[in-house]
Structure formats: structure tokens, C-alpha cells
Write a protein that binds this ligand. Sequence first.
Ligand SMILES: NC(=O)C1=CN([C@@H]2O[C@H](COP(=O)(O)OP(=O)(O)OC[C@H]3O[C@@H](n4cnc5c(N)ncnc54)[C@H](O)[C@@H]3O)[C@@H](O)[C@H]2O)C=CC1
Ligand SMILES: O=C(O)C1=N[C@H](C(=O)O)C[C@H](O)C1
Length: 233
Amino acid sequence: MKIGLFGYGKMGKMIEQIAQDRGHTVVARVDVDTTDIPFENMHVAIDFSTPDAAFGNITSCFEHKVPVISGTTGWLDQFGQAVAQCETHQSAFIYASNFSLGVNVFFELNAYLAKIMKGLDQYKVSMEEIHHTQKLDAPSGTAITLAEGIIGNTNYADWKLDEDGEHIVPITSKREGKVPGTHTILYKSPVDDIEIKHTAHNREGFALGAVIAAEWIQGKTGIFSMKDVLNLT
Ligand SMILES: NC(=O)C1=CN([C@@H]2O[C@H](COP(=O)(O)OP(=O)(O)OC[C@H]3O[C@@H](n4cnc5c(N)ncnc54)[C@H](O)[C@@H]3O)[C@@H](O)[C@H]2O)C=CC1
Ligand SMILES: O=C(O)C1=N[C@H](C(=O)O)C[C@H](O)C1
């Protein structure tokens, strides 16, 4: 498979290493000043760039009928437009706030726990995410997906960063050292706590998941998710 990398930072470099180990070829490393992008040589584009750059990168790929795997967070106000562009050009698209197998299992666990906690009004939910100090967006994309999983399965109505309220899932974002990504969900009552937590030890799980998604999307048209790729129930 011939891969175009959009964003050649921490994730782009790790994806290159894992893709090459799996027998793939990186045909383009597109970063902030790249011109003359060889879209015609790509079987797939993998975008891990920045919140400002992602939408432009993704839609340029669709215009050239190149399928896109995007893990960039912090640009989702334009997600609907990206989906429309993908459909217009009959391309293929997977966005995931987190490509690791472990976090995708954690998403399922979070939804299952939320269903159990619905109506148990003595418990109040809250969430904490911790990432490295270079991270541009807050809360993390993963935290937003987790909050949506709680909201979709309980009477909580919205999430807020550093703000609480009766039907609010409050999210606290911490930025510390080189932390790859830690997410904790806490249900607290006057008598006890129930807590679930995912801790990434490094970025390999994210990168491997993105390459697996790129392999999976070959020959497909449409909008998909990591649930489709991993065949999770
Ligand atoms: N979905 C997932 O599983 C994961 C998502 N991420 C997300 O991926 C993104 C990238 O993360 P990192 O690699 O850690 O960041 P990074 O800062 O190390 O790399 C981003 C790269 O994008 C480049 N860039 C800036 N403008 C560009 C443009 N117009 N076109 C192409 N590249 C451009 C930057 O120069 C930089 O090299 C972030 O949004 C992060 O939140 C990170 C890890 C896992
Ligand atoms: O910026 C990061 O590093 C990460 N970003 C993603 C997010 O915003 O959830 C995924 C992972 O947690 C690492």
C-alpha cells in the first residue's frame, strides 16, 4: 500500500515506522510547507496534522479520490462538511479521536457503564484527561468521544471543560510532561466511587490502529468508524 502522510510530527513519524514494518511504502510526507503533493501515487492518506490544517488536507485528498484516515483532533466543527465532500467525490473516510484498540474497548466499556448508571442519581459523573504539554487542543478528542458516550446513554445533556452542573459531564484537562494520554471516568456518590481508567504507555497503539484502518479501507467507498474496522459489538 502506498501511503501519503499528512503531518510529519510525532504521530506521522511513528506511523511511518509501523507502516514500513508492515510492508507498506510512504510516498509523501506532507507538512506545513509542502508543495506539489503527489496525490496520484497514494492508495490512502493518513492525516495527523493540526486542528487548523486537518480540514484542508482531508478535503484536498477527497478531491483527488484518495481515501482518508484522520486522527487529528480539535477540528470537528467542520466534520459535517468533510463528510459531505467525501460523499460528493465518492471517496472513503474514517475519523477516530483515538485509533488504539485499548481505547476503542474503553469506549465500549464506558457506554456499558453509563447504561448501568442511568437513573442512579446518587452518583455524579466527572472526567479527567492528562496529556503532554505540546498538545494544542483541550479537552482531548478522546475525552469528547467518552463524554458523548455518557450523554448518549444517560440523562446527562452536555459536557463542559472546567465547569459543572446538574446534567453536565465536567471534564478537567491536565498538561504534564510527555504523558501520551490518560483518561479517567469517575462516578462519585456520598458513600463510594466507581472509576474506570485507560492509560496509554506510548503512541504505538494509536499509530498501529491508524495503519490497520488504512489497510481496511482499501477498495471501499463511504464513511466508516473504528467500530467497523475492529468489528466491535
Ligand atoms: N486519533 C488518535 O489516535 C490520535 C490523535 N492524535 C492527534 O493527532 C494530531 C497530531 O498529533 P502529533 O503528531 O502528536 O502532533 P505534532 O505536533 O507532533 O505533529 C503535527 C504535525 O503537523 C504539521 N502541520 C502543521 N500544519 C500542517 C499542514 N498544513 N499540513 C500538514 N502538516 C501540518 C506540524 O508541522 C507537525 O509536524 C493532534 O491533533 C493529536 O491530538 C494524536 C495521537 C493519537
Ligand atoms: O494529542 C495527543 O497526543 C493525543 N490526542 C488524541 C486525543 O485528543 O484524544 C488521542 C490521544 O489521547 C493522544
